[in-house]
Write a protein that binds this ligand. Sequence first.
Ligand SMILES: CC(C)(COP(=O)(O)OP(=O)(O)OC[C@H]1O[C@@H](n2cnc3c(N)ncnc32)[C@H](O)[C@@H]1OP(=O)(O)O)[C@@H](O)C(=O)NCCC(=O)NCCS
Length: 279
Amino acid sequence: MAKPTAWFPVPKNSILPPAELHLWRVRCDGALETPEHYEHLLSPDEKERARRFVIKEARRDFIVSRGVLRELLALYLNTRPADIVLRYGIHGKPHVSRGEAQSSVRFNVSHSHGLAVFAFSQAEVGVDIERVRAEFPGREIAGRFFSEQEIAALGKLGPEESSRAFFLCWTRKEAYVKARGGGLQIPLRSFSVRLGENEEQQLVDEGGKQWSLYPFEPGGGFAAAAAVEGKDWRLKFWDRDGSAQRGGKDCNGALRSHVSPRGTAEGRTPQGPGPDLRK
Ligand SMILES: CC(C)(COP(=O)(O)OP(=O)(O)OC[C@H]1O[C@@H](n2cnc3c(N)ncnc32)[C@H](O)[C@@H]1OP(=O)(O)O)[C@@H](O)C(=O)NCCC(=O)NCCS
């Protein structure tokens, strides 16, 4: 059984030391404030994007996660949420712009079925969350998109185990391609991740850069992982609003307790060539 990740309540100050990777968990479907509160913080292009969502829940998840992102960035950067300027890489990865330069605070976001996770560090970072669904045709998707090594590892598992292992594998792969900024433009078959619960891993990309992969437990039947450039990161987990408790959902029982010394350390459709996991 995986050791549950333990999540801290919101810290008193929000300093991001160079060796730390901060992971935040936030509910979008029971957020502290109404979606209107968060919408107020968005830029005109974000408001326009929000307006284009057809599915109500997807619209809410976008507005709340973007608003909370702005609030968290404002804490780290000591500014106001609405003053944060976001720009986008060629494959759509957002970053904070400070004039012509990119801010030293790097971040990434993922949301799925009302739960969002945010990663902050001073190096390139990616994060992914997925709700684990037994009915999902994981083996079929794996056969089309995973590496031979991963397909073989999944094939050794029984149906129940392999269903969860698919999402553990998927979130690790997606965290890595999101950290690199290419998203699903990076062929998922071109690298392999390990499937063990809590199994951390180092990956080296084609350019020789080293990346660390950290699975973590977001609770409530979700799987998640973060990837960050470099190694020996010290991970910290923050629960923004104790939302899992308020929502009465099982978010691992260790909620608001403490720590993590791990690592020493729109109805959205994915654009690009990957499968639609219909988060
Ligand atoms: C990034 C990507 C993997 C996200 O997939 P997803 O599972 O649907 O969504 P997640 O909830 O995990 O992540 C979404 C967040 O990732 C971030 N993101 C977007 N593009 C990203 C990229 N290329 N790299 C890293 N992060 C990215 C955004 O913050 C986004 O949040 P938002 O939708 O609230 O703006 C997928 O959209 C992708 O592959 N995008 C690249 C496609 C591309 O190459 N487009 C070229 C321009 S047409």
